[in-house]
Design a protein around this ligand. Structure first.
Ligand code: UDP
Length: 244
């Protein structure tokens, strides 16, 4: 963020973005529930050029034991980018960014998961980013919700996520990598549509109060679109002919 490639044209005179989308058009999103035989629940998402796999394990015994809580279960999230997932090879060791995103996704999922039903246990969520193109935390959070539901973990709602942002002084939906690097603002939002609650809201960049409100509205509307695809993924697996 912050116009590192400020000369790049992010929006043309017809209001089309650098990848041809209109201001409120999300990238192509495909979600698949299931797929990993050894996980209790799993999901795969393609969100534009992002490709992310999520495996959920648990509720299961907590190791080390002192981390367990007698009153409630705990949620543990590991977000990891493969070294080949980005143009410039990434060091496989966990970076500060991956540690931060793991924490952010965990905190965004916690309000949705009924951990109090499983005291002394842990639910582990492993997120593998196979290919990254801006917006991986939102895509990963979306897929993690589906994987948790696929694992049969009782949930109050699913968290759907997408980023709103600002490029060329215009509020946009679903910020891609170029827009993230050269644009003016990026606001990832996670939202539980049934409960009408936001569980993730970050902002990188500068917005006026009006733009801030518009970004939240555009983002929440985008989350509602993503939610329909999450439900479709689960319906396809459990009531459709996907064969999983
Ligand atoms: N990225 C990269 N190398 C890295 C980390 C990130 O090329 O080591 C790219 C990747 O495409 C990612 C984007 O930068 O999606 C934006 O990263 P950010 O930290 O804003 O998180 P995200 O938008 O993926 O949630």
């Amino acid at each position: 963020m912050g116009g590192r490639e400020a000369t790049m044209v992010l929006m043309d005179e017809n209001g089309k973005r650098c990848d041809g989308r209109t201001v409120d058009e999300p990238r192509r999103i495909m979600i698949k529930a299931g797929g990993l035989k050894n996980a209790d629940g799993s999901a795969y998402i393609e969100f534009g050029d992002n490709k992310i796999l999520v495996g959920v394990f648990g509720p299961r015994d907590v190791h080390p034991k002192h981390m367990s809580n007698t009153d409630t279960g705990i949620l543990r999230v590991r977000y990891h980018m493969e070294p080949f997932s980005v143009g410039e090879r990434k060091n496989p060791a966990p970076s500060r960014r991956e540690i931060e995103i793991s924490k952010v996704i965990k905190e965004a999922l916690e309000p949705a998961v009924m951990l109090d039903k499983f005291p002394r246990t842990a639910v582990d969520v492993f997120i593998e980013v196979l290919q990254a193109d801006g917006g991986t935390r939102c895509a990963a959070l979306t897929a993690a919700s589906v994987a948790l539901a696929d694992a049969g973990i009782p949930m109050r709602d699913m968290v759907a996520a997408i980023a709103a942002g600002k490029v060329a002084d215009t509020v946009i939906l679903d910020v891609n990598n170029e827009e993230d690097q050269a644009g003016q603002a990026d606001m990832p939002i996670g939202y539980m549509p049934n409960l009408e609650k936001i569980t993730l809201l970050q902002l990188d960049g500068v917005l006026t109060p009006e733009e801030y409100k518009k970004c939240v509205q555009v983002g929440v509307d985008g989350c509602k679109l993503v939610y329909e695809l999450q439900k479709k993924a689960l319906n396809d697996k459990y009531f459709g002919n996907s064969g999983d």
